[in-house]
Design a protein around this ligand. Structure first.
Ligand code: TPP
Ligand code: MG
Length: 382
């Protein structure tokens, strides 16, 4: 008898891939992927606007796994939705030079937007992505045509919220009103050494409200609740949103769920057998049934989304050719044609003066000189 295809079974594909890959590597973190699988299912299958066939599509939504130790969550998602990340790559989890290193690293697997793993770093970069979107939208969108219009979704855990960098970056996100930033907090009450209450007792809801965020709560294993919270997050355009999701780390493992045992170690073959039974998952390791693959496949939807955007961009380029060329340049990461000559001229001018100035002043001068040459520069200093 095959198990009916329901939401939980679709999400369970993440759970089994994570526990099996970690077991095969004999190292890694199964707990976070198994705990966040239901959230990932809703976000990736219903909301994330992306094209697995073109991970570089300019107007894609950005996804950042700030709790990067849960990397198998992201690798499973990339594999299942149709990126160029095969089941063989999943089997190579944590092996030298594989596409699936222990923590997501930019440039190894398609669809990894930024390197994460140092806790808090990912959410800080997600704030940067959201700020980039808002800045580009302000500079390029027109009354009649929106060419820059995407969300940044970020997952994070207790550890990210403990790190100082998350405090600074999230404070700025609130101040700047980054309304297209949606962050899911894996509120599982557990980190590497056990229950967090002994070393992490912040009132996270009040903390983020104080930064000017919208804060919502959802049961992280209830797809409807996650769906409703995500819709409310997207509807709030003037503030970033934190969705505090109560979850159970390692959900599905009868003896290890809810405990730190599954945070950063393989479940073990006996426990994996019990977990398969508990989940009703019959397949061998690294075998995903065809109907589950079909439910995850985002290639057709993604190509259609990109094609629709390409039409919008073509209309934009016909009407606003200068802006379109400039946006293309920035997206491609090219320097303006005159940049090198202008920069050299500025440096020669400074050298000719031969002044001795404080580095802080030199930094200010450099930013002032380069900002008009490179309109994409964002900077600040005390
Ligand atoms: C800056 C930093 N410090 C320490 C670590 C090591 N580390 C990896 S995961 C982890 C615990 C994270 O706890 P939590 O975010 O609650 O993850 P969960 O156990 O819920 O998966 C630690 C301390 C790290 N990756 N980065
Ligand atoms: Mg935790």
């Amino acid at each position: 008898m095959t198990t009916p295809l329901n939401e939980r079974r679709i999400a369970n594909a993440i759970r089994v891939l994570a526990m099996d890959a970690v077991q095969k590597a004999n190292s890694g973190h199964p707990g976070a992927p198994m705990g966040m699988a239901d959230i990932a299912d809703v976000v990736w299958r219903e909301f994330l606007n992306h094209n697995p066939s073109n991970p570089q599509w300019a107007n894609r939504d950005r996804f950042v796994l700030s709790n990067g130790h849960g990397s198998m969550l992201q690798y499973a998602l990339l594999h299942l939705t149709g990126y160029d990340l095969s089941i063989e790559d999943i089997k190579q989890f944590r092996q030298l030079h594989s596409k699936t290193p222990g923590h997501p690293e930019l440039g190894y697997a398609p669809g990894i937007e930024t390197t994460t793993g140092p806790l808090g770093q990912g959410v800080a970069n997600a704030v940067g992505f959201a700020l980039a979107e808002k800045t580009l939208a302000a500079q390029f969108n027109k009354e009649d045509i929106q060419v820059v219009d995407h969300f940044t979704y970020c997952f994070l855990g207790d550890g990210c919220l403990m790190e100082g960098i998350s405090h600074e970056a999230c404070s700025l996100a609130g101040t700047l009103g980054l309304g297209k930033l949606v962050v899911y907090y894996d509120d599982n009450g557990i980190s590497i050494d056990g229950e967090v209450e002994g070393w992490f007792s912040d009132d996270t809801e009040e903390r983020f409200k104080a930064y000017g965020w919208q804060v919502l709560r959802a049961d992280g294993h209830d797809a409807d609740a996650i769906r409703a919270a995500t819709a409310a997050a997207r509807a709030e355009s003037s503030k970033p949103t934190l969705i505090i999701c109560k979850t159970i780390i390692g959900l599905g493992s009868p003896n290890k769920q809810g405990k730190e045992d599954c945070h950063g170690a393989p479940l073990g073959n006996d426990e994996i057998t019990l977990t398969r039974e508990a989940l009703g998952w019959k397949e061998e390791p690294f075998v995903i049934p065809a109907d589950v693959y079909t439910a995850w496949d985002a290639k057709a939807k993604g190509s259609a989304s990109e094609a629709a955007w390409n039409d919008i961009f073509a209309t934009y380029a016909a009407k606003y050719p200068t802006e379109a060329a400039e946006l293309k340049r920035r997206v491609n990461g090219d320097l303006p044609a005159e940049f090198l000559a202008q920069a050299d001229a500025y440096i020669a001018e400074v050298n000719a003066k031969g002044e001795t100035i404080a580095t802080r002043k030199a930094s200010q001068n450099a930013i002032q000189a380069f900002a008009p040459l490179l309109p994409e520069i964002l900077g600040g200093s005390a």
